[in-house]
Design a protein around this ligand. Sequence first.
Ligand code: LLP
Length: 382
Amino acid sequence: MTQFPIDLFKTTDTPFYYYDMGLLERTLKELTHASGRFGYKVHYAMKANANPAILAAIREAGLGIDAVSGPEISRALECGFAPESIVFAGVGKSDAEIALALEAGIACFNVESEPELDVIAEIAARMGVTARVALRVNPNIDAHTHAYITTGLSENKFGIALERLDSIIERCHALASIELEGLHFHIGSQITETEPFVMLSETINSLIDSYASRGILFRSINVGGGLGIDYGDPDRHPVPDFNRYFETFARHLRLRDGQTLHCELGRSVVAQCGSLITRVIYVKEGLAKKFVIVDAGMTDLIRPALYQAHHKIENITAAPDSPIDTYDVVGPICESSDCFGVGERLPETHRGDMLALRSAGAYGEIMSSQYNCRRLPGSLIG
Ligand code: LLP
């Protein structure tokens, strides 16, 4: 079990996110070492966590940013990321967001549709600048992950169908204010197998070859994010296997001279360093079950309610020799889906105990809401 600063926790208002910065730094070191071996560029997908302390560590490690909104671009700039390290994705970029990105001079727009391309071209022309774009292609690959976080299948709100790629590339060449940088892909999130990335590499190879034969060379190939983590046993795998991830592309993707590989990892960078810390308010004896009712709810960590995700639950204040009992661990919100675990085996748990919901650094704090007029969870940097 991870060592938490329990004395500090006891004087902090719960619920809150605790970030183990030592683990984040170790993760960043292994990530930059693994990607650096191949000269690959990593843009951190800041949708996973935009806490300023986390962003500062990521900037120090030299990563760029993958942003999906104007406010994310603004926050990245405020945190000191260079505009030329920022790529901007999203199916519904507004005119104001496009203008902000052009004004800032970001590296590249990941364009998801023909109408978006036309609007970017028009705004760039009006501003007298050139917009660098990568086309987000939908490669029709099943990432074997939860339906809500699978994005690479063919008819999807994300990206451009392969069948339409020729015509949109022609359109890019015809638009004077557009510079076509490359192709962009993202097949889903929490991908724990290598095979979807191998299939993605093969699809990209055939596209590179087919366009090269027509004299079109893409400077950047962006494979998106998606590398999964071990939610079941975070202490066994505190740092994802970045070597295996990058070696998969190095082995299977045939980049041409002058082509750079970019990726947009989110979850794998920040998930394991974060835990949601919560206090037990009541232990309720049901007829056949016992319920541990905690002060964190789906407003603080929505992943279990939204994706049937499970975060490992630990009682971090129980005496080491406590007997084990079985509980459902639930939050205080008036929704049945406000449940963190069913049939959890925990040391005998009492009112006032503190629990840690592990692997919550990604898509945790950033997805919190104020439903029921609750306050947003705070954070403690360790
Ligand atoms: N690039 C694009 C275009 C994306 O849509 C995403 C995530 C990423 C990169 C980063 O993917 P990652 O490396 O984190 O897998 N809220 C969900 C996950 C949604 C992911 C959305 N897109 C969850 O809590 O599981």
